[in-house]
Ligand binder design. Structure first.
Ligand SMILES: Cc1cc2nc3c(=O)[nH]c(=O)nc-3n(C[C@H](O)[C@H](O)[C@H](O)COP(=O)(O)O)c2cc1C
Length: 437
């Protein structure tokens, strides 16, 4: 029997990412707006046989993030990014993040179907709900909903989008030059979807795509978010600090998928990891330490403030972390993921750290586990985590772009292949085929 193979995705998040200082890394590109760096990134990922490039989305602006070049400081339209990545590759999957709150189902269905046709069946839709007041400010006509209701609306949007993707029946596209029949309208049906939150008549003006319809990605984490992911997600993204947490999430998702009448074997869980490769273990550790010098305490505090929901606007970077938490974490933030993870990360150092030092530490990888070592060492750690069954694949989050992906491809991939857990060729040409879905 052939050995189970792990999947890889590359997180195309810039100019900052889980590592807040990615754009300041000397090996990073300087031009974050033109297409060259996107083409480089796509080719690099495909050379390493990555299954997926993951393109995130945000629809708001935060001045502090722009000031410090943190994640989402600038954000291209994800569909346009996907089109650029698709244009220079033939096998790489393209995970496009688009919100169910701020895009009507018709536009979602068409944008994603177009990309899926134009890429030969390589597109996935990362379905997000875009919770947060800053987003609504740009869409004043959209009704503001609480998280659970956002996911209820999301259910309807996905149903409507998938119904639109199925508007054209088999054989509807004829293209017969002899008879002059291009398409058979009798085989094209308007879904006429009517929900509580959204409605769309259809049909879509595109036939089904090479893989039937884009693969669905989801990354919800709240109980309602996981229920949504278990209902729709074919790929699930998870950020968990430990193997036990990852396994618990996987077990929970599989149970929820079973309850929703789905086959849990058809869900691929990708765990986010940040890899820092060195020619030797010592060099890799030195590189990790160097990352801290690329994040100023002010940038770190801005980053940590966003994830922890702590108001740190006027905080002095030299104030003790403990004092800041005691005084400001008064609205449940102390129990939030960011603060809990930070305290775990710091361990005994938390007692004496300043808020500036702690925030810089947080900003080296956010909540994402760091794997630091030689290519062989990192490959062994990934193979072990994969072998435990806690993850089906990994979402590699870079410290510099596109160099991190290049180093991973050259230094880690050959060892994954040697260990027998990673392909030497793509299985097929569509993303669904490559993921065995
Ligand atoms: C790897 C990963 C990538 C994500 N990408 C995005 C994104 O691009 N845009 C976004 O608004 N949310 C993104 N999210 C947030 C999730 O969609 C989700 O809202 C979050 O995990 C919290 O779960 P909840 O909505 O159930 O509370 C991402 C989450 C993860 C783990």
């Amino acid at each position: 029997m052939t050995q189970r193979q792990l999947f890889l995705g590359g997180y195309v998040l810039f100019p900052g990412g889980h590592f807040a200082g990615a754009w300041r890394h000397p090996y990073s590109t300087r031009d974050w707006l033109g297409r060259d760096f996107l083409h480089d990134t796509a080719r690099t990922l495909e050379a390493a046989k990555f299954d997926l490039a993951f393109i995130p989305e945000t629809v708001s602006f935060r001045a502090g993030f722009a000031r410090h070049g943190l994640s989402n400081a600038i954000k291209h339209d994800p569909a346009q990014v996907a089109a650029q990545l698709a244009a220079v590759t033939t096998n790489l999957g393209l995970g496009v993040t688009l919100s169910t709150s701020f895009n009507p189902p018709y536009n979602l269905a068409r944008t994603l179907a177009s990309l899926d046709h134009l890429s030969g069946g390589r597109v996935a839709w990362n379905v997000i709900q875009s919770n947060g007041p800053a987003n609504y400010a740009n869409f004043p006509d959209v009704e503001q909903l609480d998280r659970n209701a956002l996911y209820d609306r999301g259910d309807e949007v996905v149903e409507a989008v998938q119904a639109l993707w199925r508007s054209w029946g088999e054989g509807a596209l004829v293209v017969d030059q002899e008879t002059g029949v291009f398409a058979n309208p009798d085989l094209i049906t308007a879904p006429d979807y009517k929900g509580t939150h959204v409605a769309v008549r259809g049909p879509l003006n595109l036939p089904p795509t090479p893989q039937g319809g884009p693969v669905i990605i989801q990354a919800g984490d709240s109980p309602r978010g996981r229920e949504f992911g278990a209902r729709w997600g074919e790929v699930i993204f998870a950020i968990e600090r430990t193997q036990a947490d990852l396994q618990a999430k996987k077990d929970d998702l599989r149970a929820k998928a079973r309850a929703a009448g789905r086959d849990p074997e058809k869900i691929r869980l990708f765990a986010a990891v940040q890899t820092i490769v060195g020619e030797s273990t010592e060099i890799a550790r030195a590189r990790r330490d160097h990352l801290r010098t690329l994040v100023t305490p002010e940038a770190g505090i801005e980053f940590f403030s966003q994830f922890s929901r702590l108001d740190l606007g006027d905080v002095d970077a030299d104030e003790p972390l403990r004092k800041v938490l005691d005084e400001r974490a008064t609205d449940g933030q102390a129990e939030g993921r960011a603060v809990v993870a930070l305290l775990e990360l710091l361990g005994p150092r938390a007692a004496n750290a300043t808020i500036g030092e702690a925030a810089v530490e947080f900003s080296t990888s956010e909540l994402t586990p760091q794997l630091v070592g030689t290519g062989a060492e990192i490959a062994e750690q990934l193979a072990e985590l994969f072998g435990s069954g806690a993850a089906d694949g990994f979402l590699i989050t870079p410290t510099h772009v596109p160099g991190s992906f290049d180093e991973f491809g050259r230094a880690v991939v050959p060892h994954l292949q040697r260990l027998g857990v990673y392909k030497t060729e793509y299985a097929g040409t569509t993303l669904r085929g490559n993921l065995g879905l």
